[in-house]
Design a protein. Sequence first.
Lengths: 348, 392
Amino acid sequence: MEIEFGLEDLAKYPFLKEAGDYVKELSLSIEDLRQDDYQPALKRAKDRVVEAIQKNSISTEIEEPNLEILSFPLALMLVKAIGIDYFMHRYSLAESVRAERLLEKEKKPIISHIFKSAFDVDLISIEHNVFDFKMNMVEYLLRATHFHKPEWKLVNRIVEKGFVYVKTHELVRLMREEIRKVVYERMKSLSLPKMPENVKEIIDEINKALPPVPSKELQEVTPGIFPPCVMHVLDLLQKGQNVPHFGRFLLTSYLLSIGKSVDDVINIYPRAPDFSERLTRYQVEHIAGMRGGRRQYKAPGCRTLITHGLCFKDEILCARIKNPLQFGRKPLELKKKKAKQKIGDEHG
Amino acid sequence: MNMDEKTLAFLKQTFREFYFKNSGKINAPIRMNEREFGCMSFDKVMIRHLSFQTEGELRVFLIKETPHSVYYSCAYYYEPTLTMDEKGWKGADLIFDIDADAIPTECKEEHDRWVCKDCNFMGKGKRPEKCPRCQSNRIDEDNWVCHSCLNVTKNEAIKLIDFLLEDFGISKEKIKVHFSGGRGYHVTVEGSTLEKLDQLARNEISDYISGMGLSLESLGISKGASYDDMRRSLPLANEPGWRGRIAEFFTKLEFEGYNEASKDIRDKILYVYGKMGYKSFEGFIKEIVNKLSVKIDVMVTTDIHRIFRLPNTLHGNTGMLKKECDDIISFDPLIDAVVLSEEPVKLFVDSAPKFTLKGNSFGPYNSEKVTLPLMASVYLMGKGLAKVIDHE
């Protein structure tokens, strides 16, 4: 069955190419934004941005589909004009959460159609008492490895002839991350035109409403000598992205083990979207052995990190280490040893 | 026993003659110029980041340089000769390594030995963590293979192929099985969409094959649920994937007290669960998974830059060939991968247990002069257990 998106659908999912085409057909110029006709769309764009950046969410109400569709590219332009990467990430996340909420209630054929249109992935609809679709295993893996709960592990899925069985709400969760990326990339590749005065004013207003960008502690504590797994977690934090629980455990236990103080470690966290100082302090102190079982936790080993999908091994620097704490210790000696080892044994 | 110059030269000469006579059989791997090559010389110097443009170039290299071991990358690069960071990774074959060392077998008690480097205390079987006499952890291993452990290893490869065909839907033509020339098998998937999978995704693949992290919930068992609810979500024997494999196992299981009155396997699973309780059942499932999973080396499969021995080249430690198994069922590595001649060689053997090559038994030897066919001589010399005495 061939499905076409209606205006309502495009309003719900304005990141779709079809929505972009719709806006293109209006052949608007930046100068048109001075006109009264477009003030409601600009207003909605501003609301989108402010709500996203302040509350990490965007309302799913759709009053006027046209307005909703048009406000999306305008909002991208406004966020880009703020010029701070951190807010571009925050905005993309909020847009993806909005889409996720709408998709949760969406019909199966539309979900399948969006997957095809936006990510060029074919889904096969199935009749099953638990699952709704099957999806190519490679496509599944490329997306699902970002999730760390056991149910996402391939070993816990039904896998048949290269296809993985999935439920609708799982697909929606997979899509959220993709949508976030699509929105972010769109914004990133946008080139800004010279703004008319009324748009500049809106940008100023948004600037005033922005929450402060969190401390620079993070950069100061990142001298670039950390192992790739720790760097990965720091990188996620820096981008304001969500860090899985185990990633936080890795970072905290690692930094404490190399002699950072509890306060140093806590100061790294404010960039996380769901930061709570009290909770973070409790957790950090727990890992430091100041609370609970009074046991100081060591940084997890490489094998454990591989299982949690947090190992980003460097071929040379990580050779022969079993724990990230060994990273960078006498790398020259390790290299020499590596050259000498009986490689023939290792490779069969 | 350290290898002396004469023995090294002898081995090198033997390999050179082999490559010279058989150069026509050395084939370039597909997309050769996108791969990194590496080799180790007989004095154990490793060279990496090599690249070959033509099959001829590769053949000439083998004859001229005569390395102890030759490797090629599973990965495809834009610039294979640059450093790791600069190569530009395009994708990589999916490769599995199954090694006899990693699978516990009874024969290891017979043919494997270890010796403590500090107090010279010796023992048979798998090496202990620490020397029982002096507590040192500096222990040398001397591992051997026999028909028995190589067969067990081969069975793992056969299990793996079933996973690749049935679960991952990889077509038969894309799967290649090689005996590594040493102690195990390499199973390679070339030219499939799996090629672009990153390290994280390959970690999932290897966890799947080795059954690592399989949860009871995925089988429909959860602590709080009622029996009725659980029964609905338990697996059936004809289901695909792990659920089907485990249900299938239950159909063959003989369990005391169960009368097989119901034809539905879910009743049997529920019965066993009820008798055992959650904790024991969890352990029982672990045992089943251990039986059904494949003992692959997970580090190998997840490493997207790794280099592997090049097919149809000699293994420097054994003189055996890394050989493709056209029919894995009938393949016998101790016959089919033994390619050196039976020309007699005089050598001094430090020590060796009884071993078999091409249907002939040799040894055991203990500090003695013997005359052995070339294939057996190189096998012992490659392991560093023998020295050449006299050879024209």
